[in-house]
Design a protein around this ligand. Structure first.
Ligand code: TEU
Length: 527
């Protein structure tokens, strides 16, 4: 026996690489043209080869799919489109056998309008306990014909829908910050948090390692539901004065979630938090709240040295306020893919290669969206293929997010590239993707996939990646360079001409050096 305090190992998630799987688009095992959990299980070998630490599954619970799973009608069941509990259990077991953690999306802000609770609320009277799980209000104006306040839905149109009462007369209104099929829950009602606790335990007991929490800055609504300023209401944009989000009572909700997570050592949560102010952001990852919070500044930054440096410094500063872990992400299922954002074509690809090296050089947790490792661009889909509710709700003025959700090309020369045995994939796949398949890229040492694999491996193995924080180096205008405490140096060239590298041995670079110099739109690691 010794009473010496042994140093505790750091939790796994503090420097993990999470791989986000959009299940509809990853791999289809039953030939219906939509990806599923069987497909994910079949591809675990690929994920092991890629070298990721954890997967995050976008929602797989029972859903009428008005927002592709972000409208949940039973949070403790798998949607038949994706499989069943048996396949989920085997996926968890097989992933764990390969040392891959499994995390899943959780949608606590709202349910589907087909959730039994909402169906019961419609069948019950105003003021009933059934209605009290959601945010029903009487309308304003003559006969209650106007919505209770002026809030718009994030997806376009009003955030309120009027229902018909059981006797057929026009009745109360309910709040939905997103689509009308996604009614917001009333988080002041204890039944709501009790039900979430049951859901958390349900999945944690099955071996799930954690959750990505959807709209983690939502949930709590301000007293009296005051009107808002209507200047900013854009998907993926946020304004800290928006009363629909980031209300102080949300923190008590996160504390409740954390208490349950703490019953399951090693489990983790990452919240989707669109909050600009660093102090307000950091509040979400205090020691008794979320383990991690998404910081989207890097995904929002242009390919510009000053903008990138700003995004990095800002994200580090935000978490430093509470001694938290930084997180980095270049894309997800809601944003335009990075190759396209950085200009498309060879240039967009070169810049995306540079940015993944920059991201992986930073201390903290990294989130990679499926297909980024193949360098997939956004796809310009024809109108008739569009499925995102944003397209309809915006009156066909916003095309929505389908362009970044096109299924992954695995092998072969023609769509569906072995994603599915059916050519009728849920979104059409471009013929040009024949050069971007996993099969093609595995063979090619210069491919995006090979770059990702080598970079993941070096990040996991080399001691130079140790330590938190970064020291910025002086660098030519349009460039940036920083050093990790362990000794890794990362340099990025966002100018149009080659630049000299800082002294050191080049560990890897996103493009071949030109006469010993770092070319335009490239990054390098040195030790
Ligand atoms: O996204 C939330 C969302 O749309 C935010 O970008 C929103 O603009 C922000 O909260 C404003 O501050 C999540 C999912 O990622 C998305 O796919 C879903 O459609 C949405 O929730 C609804 O569940």
């Amino acid at each position: 026996m010794t009473d010496r305090l042994e140093p505790q190992p750091e939790p796994w998630w503090k420097d993990a690489i999470f791989y986000q799987i959009y299940p509809r688009s990853f791999a289809d095992s039953n030939g219906d043209g939509v990806g599923d959990l069987g497909g994910v299980r079949d591809k675990l070998g690929y994920l092991e080869l890629l070298g990721i630490d954890a997967i995050w599954l976008s929602p797989i619970m029972k859903s009428p799919m008005a927002d592709h799973g972000y409208d949940v009608s039973d949070p403790r069941a798998i949607d038949p489109l994706f499989g069943d509990l048996a396949v989920m259990d085997s996926l968890i077991e097989e992933a764990h056998a390969r040392d891959i953690k499994v995390t899943m999306d959780l949608v606590p802000n709202h349910t589907s309008d087909r959730h039994p609770w909402f169906v019961a609320a419609l069948d019950s009277a105003p003021g009933s306990p059934e209605r009290a799980r959601y945010i029903f209000r009487d309308g304003k104006g003559p006969g209650g014909s106007e919505p209770p306040n002026n809030w718009p839905s994030i997806f376009g149109g009003p955030a309120w829908t009027r229902i018909r009462e059981a006797d057929g007369t026009p009745g109360q209104w309910y709040l939905h910050i997103f689509a009308a099929e996604q009614p917001d829950l009333d988080w002041t009602n204890p039944e709501v948090s009790e039900d979430l606790a049951t859901t958390l335990r349900f999945w944690l007991d099955r071996g799930v390692d954690g959750f990505r929490i959807d709209v983690a800055h939502g949930m709590a609504k301000p007293e009296g539901l005051p009107n808002m300023s209507l200047e900013t209401n854009e998907l993926m944009k946020n304004d800290d004065t928006d009363p629909r989000f980031n209300n102080p009572a949300v923190h008590e909700i996160h504390r409740g979630i954390r208490k349950i997570m703490d019953e399951y050592p090693g489990s983790t949560t990452v919240g989707e938090i669109w909050v600009q102010d660093n102090v307000r952001f950091s509040e979400y990852i205090r020691p008794d709240e979320l383990h991690l919070g998404f910081n989207f500044r890097l995904a929002e930054a242009e390919f510009d040295a000053a903008a990138i440096r700003n995004a990095v410094s800002n994200s580090l500063d935000a978490v430093a306020l509470v001694d938290g872990t930084p997180t980095w992400t270049l894309s997800n299922h809601d944003v335009v893919r990075e190759v396209t954002r950085y200009g498309g074509g060879t240039r967009g690809t070169a810049r995306a290669r540079a940015m993944i090296l920059l991201e992986l050089a930073l201390p903290g947790t990294v989130f990679v969206y499926n297909g980024a490792e193949l360098g997939l661009p956004n796809v310009d889909l024809p109108d008739e293929s569009l499925q995102d509710p944003v397209w309809e709700r915006s009156g066909h003025t916003e095309r929505g997010r389908d362009g970044c959700r096109v299924p992954l090309p695995w092998e072969g020369t023609e769509p569906p590239f072995a994603f599915s045995s059916s050519p009728a994939t849920w979104l059409p796949m471009p013929t040009e993707w024949s050069s971007l398949t996993v099969e093609e890229q595995l063979e090619d040492v210069d491919s995006m996939l090979s770059l990702y694999r080598s970079a993941f491996e070096l990040r996991a193995l080399r001691p130079e990646f140790a330590g938190t924080g970064v020291d910025w180096y002086g660098s030519p205008p349009g460039c940036l360079a920083f050093r990790r405490p362990g000794g890794l140096i990362c340099a990025l060239n966002a100018t149009d001409v080659p630049i000299p590298l800082p002294p050191g041995e080049v560990l890897m670079s996103s493009a071949p050096l030109v006469d010993g110099q770092l070319p335009a739109d490239a990054a390098a690691w040195l030790v």
